[in-house]
Design a protein around this ligand. Structure first.
Ligand code: AMP
Length: 207
């Protein structure tokens, strides 16, 4: 399969799983969250328009997201892994007019576990590698094992914002589980056992 989307609450392990999937199968990784963070860091018009919603844990408007991702999907002719898109039914409907998905992997994780994981998440400011102070700490505190970069906490990984992001997931994104189940595309994976187990499950589905 070459056209795959990952669905799941924040902190379910989409980013970590996506990294292993692209290393294994060579998809083009399309993460709307990463693209937006890059736009914000570069201070582009798009970044300025998106930052308020991102900092509050709200969704950026469907028009901005669809405009931003459309061309990238169209040019990923060797296949793509969508990570963090679609996040609303309107985005999923727009995607159907751009490209035909072959599989959707939905990773489940409870609200308590989401909060526990995300408050402990740290990200390398240089290479983007993800750590967790509770179950995947770096060898040296505050320093990336892979590149020596400084580890930082994302602005939206603070507890009140995390709670809001989970609410937004439950109301706006979770309806996509049924949307894709009805189309026969849905595969469900338990995210509570960590990224290694989630990857094994995905390899069984796609491998
Ligand atoms: P993520 O890294 O996927 O958790 O995304 C970080 C933030 O970027 C989200 O909390 C939203 O504010 C915004 N975002 C990312 N992807 C989307 C999307 N598909 N639709 C709307 N907002 C998005």
């Amino acid at each position: 399969m070459t056209r795959v989307a990952l669905l799941g609450p924040p902190g379910a392990g989409k980013g970590t799983l996506a990294k292993r999937m692209i290393e294994t199968w060579g998809f083009t990784h399309l993460s709307t969250g990463d693209i937006l963070r890059d736009e914000v860091a570069r201070g582009t018009d798009l970044g300025v328009a998106a930052k308020g919603a991102m900092d509050a844990g709200e969704l950026v408007s469907d028009d901005i997201i669809i405009g931003m991702i459309r061309g990238r999907i169209e040019s990923a002719n060797k296949g793509y892994l969508l990570d963090g898109f679609p996040r609303t039914v309107a985005q999923a409907e727009a995607l159907e007019t751009i490209s035909e998905l072959e599989a959707v992997i939905s990773i489940s994780l409870s609200r308590d576990e989401v909060v526990r994981r995300l408050t402990a998440r740290r990200v390398c400011s240089q290479c983007g590698k993800i750590f967790n102070l509770a179950f995947q700490p770096p060898a040296n505190p505050g320093v990336c094992d892979a590149c020596g970069g400084k580890l930082i906490q994302r602005d939206d990984d603070k507890e009140d914002v995390i709670q809001n992001r989970y609410d937004v997931y439950a109301s706006s994104t979770a309806p996509l589980i049924d949307f894709y189940r009805k189309r026969g595309l849905l595969h469900e994976v338990d995210g509570s056992e960590g990224s290694g187990k989630a990857f094994e499950a995905v390899a069984g589905l796609l491998g």
